[in-house]
Design a protein around this ligand. Structure first.
Ligand SMILES: *Cc1c(COP(=O)(O)O)cnc(C)c1O
Length: 483
């Protein structure tokens, strides 16, 4: 299996999995896609049903992901998935359990049992294993420099802590994360994890990260890398739980189910699109946004119009507060039959601050009829009402992002079961939960003492040279780097 950029798609440039694993974005600004999607037959699915029941999630992950990778031996890959998807990192031995909401058509697919209680762990834990494996095989090392306002950064840190050949320098806006998020990150004591509190807001952090990554000489000397949401390895790890949820909800071949997915950067639901393209019997992919509804707008109207920062609202489902959907280009490439020139044209218009409009075209017609997408959005009032109702009627407590998914799923209920992907645990969003049910969410035992204990964080002025100095010092202090 080889990989091509969404913008070039020239077969001569195709690369193996482990090259694009370490690379992230393609040189032409596009995103990597496999040349084709491997097809999974009904018989294979039934074998996997048996495999999941006897050997568990990690074994299923090795099979699904193995279809996309031919430059890692199968035994090694099985070892890596076993290390990624295991207790106590994941609090539930099933890794991704499902549960039914009452006796109705809606189910929850639980993706938040990882170390940071958010679904990002599903991808990051495997990415950490894969990166350490490949860097060691190449005798190389990497310095991950990123910015976070919450979930992604802490998930990356928990996936990369203590790993050989990898350092993490993570920028956060000083004083602007929730106490829980701060505690989660700043309580890590591993020498290869460096938390930085920048005097400024999240955009300042992102600008600093961009400045060091665009200094080509500095980037080469200090082996700078990233683990952002466009990394193909993160996406392929997410494909697995669609298979897992289907296997857990159905009991025989050919049964169709739908998924409702709280969506920000189009990563989570893009993995569902890929699972469906592989032959998994998914009837509909129900995309749910919050008030930042740029994707709901596209799926309703055919107009994709990214927003500026002044039109991006801070909501009570903050991990979905996006202005543009960084993974969306992958779906558009598939929709246009991998026509790289067309993708370049469409996203060229967007990059210039514009939009594209494919309403009235056969391609837009196919979004619904051929690819099964429908969409909806929700508001703060919807989230609070949905959380309160599920709590009162079923004794089930969900987080605000999952509530966006449930609300939109209810608009589309038909005959088939609908799995709403649960993307975070309520404990992370105490304020909204308290508003909805009149009391704070329970704290799972493993997070009980997180806000006590010492903290490690470096204060940094909003200054590129100061950041460079910090990176140099970090690299020089770690014996497993610079080998
Ligand atoms: C990242 C995130 C999302 C959005 O996922 P995308 O892959 O960006 O669409 C939804 N909910 C939570 C809790 C998240 O952390």
């Amino acid at each position: 299996m080889r990989y091509l950029s969404t913008r070039a798609l020239n077969a001569d440039d195709a690369k193996p999995f482990c090259d694009i694993l370490l690379e992230g974005l393609a040189a032409d600004g596009g995103l990597y896609l496999p040349e084709t999607y491997p097809q999974v037959s009904a018989e294979t699915l039934e074998q996997w049903r048996e495999l999941l029941a006897t050997e568990g999630y990690a074994a299923l992950a090795a099979r699904v992901i193995g279809l996309f990778i031919d430059d890692i031996p199968a035994d090694d890959l099985a070892r890596l998935t076993a290390a990624a998807y295991t207790g106590p990192k994941f609090s539930d031995p099933q890794i991704v359990p499902v549960s039914r909401i009452g006796a109705g058509p809606l189910w929850l697919g639980h993706l938040s049992n990882g170390p940071t209680a958010a679904f990002k762990d599903m991808a990051m834990q495997l990415l950490g294993e894969l990166m350490e494996y490949e860097l060691s095989r190449r005798g190389s090392w990497m310095t991950i420099v990123g910015a976070t306002s919450g979930d992604t950064g802490s998930s990356a840190e928990y996936a990369l802590r203590g790993r050989d050949g990898i350092a993490v320098v993570m920028l956060t806006p000083a004083g602007r994360m929730t106490p829980f998020q701060q505690a989660q990150m700043f309580s890590l004591s591993d020498p290869n994890i460096v938390n930085v509190a920048v005097e400024g807001v999240f955009d300042d952090c992102q600008d600093l990260v961009k400045a060091v990554h665009t200094d080509a000489a500095f980037k080469a000397t200090y082996h700078l890398g990233a683990v952002n949401s466009i990394n193909w390895a993160r996406l392929v790890a997410q494909v697995v739980y669609y298979f897992c949820c289907w296997l857990r909800v159905t009991d025989g071949p050919g049964q169709e189910i739908s998924f409702a997915v709280p969506t920000g950067n189009f990563g989570d639901i893009c993995a569902g699109h890929i699972a469906r393209a592989m032959g998994l019997p998914i009837r509909r992919l129900i995309l749910a946004t919050n008030e930042n509804d740029v994707l709901d707008e596209f799926f309703r109207t055919g107009v994709y119009r990214p927003r500026g920062p002044e039109q991006t609202w801070a909501t009570s489902s903050p991990s979905m507060d996006i202005s543009k959907a960084s993974n969306f280009e992958r779906f558009i490439a598939d929709l246009y039959g991998r026509d790289g020139a067309r993708v370049r044209e469409l996203f060229g218009a967007v990059a210039g601050g514009g939009f594209f409009d494919i309403s009235g075209t056969p391609e837009f017609e196919a979004v619904r009829t051929g690819y099964g997408f429908v969409s909806g959005s929700s508001t703060h009032a919807d989230r609070v009402a949905t959380i309160g109702r599920l709590w009162r009627e079923h004794g089930i407590l969900i987080d605000p992002h999952t509530a966006d998914g449930v609300k939109v799923a209810e608009q589309y209920v038909a005959d088939e079961p609908v799995v709403v992907l649960e993307t975070a645990l309520p404990v992370k969003f105490a304020e909204t939960i308290t508003e909805a049910i009149g009391e704070p969410p329970p704290t799972p035992e493993r997070f009980a003492h997180i806000e006590e204990g010492p903290r490690r964080v470096v204060d940094l002025p909003n200054d590129v040279d100061a950041l460079k100095q910090l990176i140099v010092g970090t690299v020089e202090s770690l014996p497993s780097l610079v080998r």
